[in-house]
Design a protein around this ligand. Structure first.
Ligand code: DON
Length: 331
């Protein structure tokens, strides 16, 4: 374990940590060949499966980046975190939670089984597709672009630039995603949708297709680690209560039916997407030992080779290693 310096917030310790993270990325890149890139969205198949990149951004301003950090990738399911936050900010927390629950399903992200089996009054949580599409239908505006605007505005506030829509990925998912259409029709039948079905699905496919980098995910993570406040500007971007609920959902449902294992072996709130991105949040923690990022940090990872649950295979292993070396677990 990296130990033995009085102050982690110095250039020298940043260099030191950089060497460790470079080694770990090199080591875990070998694990990419144990997974497969997502193939059910045709365009995602074309990505190099060996890519692996990470950015760790401390609340104290320290930033460590390593591997394929310039690579852009689409948010995919990580967008569900943002639509949930925007829906809570625009419609109110109780409005949203009256219409979508906060319970893990233990099922795959695109499962429809629970909805039908249990005759639920609402979908299980905002991170399975049924819940996410329901939340997207709550966004205000009559067109998909109007519904997406507050998501882009939130991203622009957090990242300092307006990310772009990857039109090719959007069209690829729009033209292939029969399962999401089936989920949409089922939600329409049971009366859960608050907007026109086609507009809702168009918005959902577009939110999944916003391009980001690991730096962007780390910035989103560090803002959540600060309960919604940008640590650089001290501006509150997300209300504290919304940030807290979002983190609770990330911990319990963010890695789908692998959320229990992720909480056990990594121990921080996180949200993954099938393009291979993961945003993780390490809140400030109290430890006797001298450890890096005690003040909290956000972590963005990209590794498009996925495990059977749809999470980045090397990304999870890298996060697990870092969390154990730096004792990042919230437990
Ligand atoms: O709904 C879909 O199929 C995708 N656009 C998003 C799914 C996703 O990222 C699941 N993540 N692990």
């Amino acid at each position: 374990m990296v130990q033995g310096t009085a102050n982690w917030n110095t250039e020298q310790t940043a260099e030191w940590l950089q060497e460790y993270v470079d080694d770990w990325v090199k080591f875990y890149r070998k694990h990419t060949n144990e997974g497969n890139v997502a193939s059910y969205i045709p365009l995602l198949k074309e990505v190099d499966p060996d890519l692996l990149g990470i950015t760790i951004m401390g609340r104290n301003g320290m930033k460590i980046s390593s591997g394929d950090i310039g690579q852009q990738f689409t948010l995919q399911s990580i967008s569900k975190l943002l639509t949930f936050i925007v829906a809570c900010m625009t419609r109110g927390i109780s409005y949203v939670l009256n219409r979508v629950d906060v319970e893990p399903t233990g099922e795959a992200f695109n499962s429809i089984m629970h909805l039908e089996l249990n005759e639920l009054k609402k979908p299980f949580n905002p991170f399975v597709n049924a819940g996410a599409i329901t939340v997207t239908s709550m966004l205000e505006g009559k067109t998909s672009d109007l519904k997406l605007e507050p998501i882009f505005e939130l991203l622009e506030k957090m990242l300092g630039y307006r990310p772009s829509l990857n039109v090719d990925v959007y069209e690829s998912e729009r033209d292939s995603s029969m399962r999401n259409r089936a989920i949409g029709y089922y939600l329409l039948e049971i009366g859960f949708l608050e907007s026109d079905l086609n507009i809702t699905l168009e918005t959902y496919f577009k939110q999944c297709s916003i391009d980001v980098t690991v730096d962007d995910l780390a910035k989103i993570g560090v803002i959540l680690a600060s309960d919604g406040v940008d640590p650089d500007t001290r501006e509150e971007i997300i209300p504290r209560q919304v940030a807290r609920i979002a983190k609770a959902l990330m911990l319990t449902c963010g890695m789908y039916d692998a959320s229990g294992k992720f909480a056990t072996y990594v121990g921080v709130p996180a949200k993954s997407g099938v393009s291979g991105g993961i945003v993780a949040v390490a809140p400030p923690r109290v430890r006797e030992e001298n450890l890096p990022f005690l003040d909290g940090c956000g972590i963005g990872v990209f590794g498009p080779a996925l495990d059977e649950k749809g999470n980045s295979i090397a990304g999870i292993r890298l996060l697990r290693h870092i969390a154990s070396q730096w004792d990042l677990s919230i437990f």
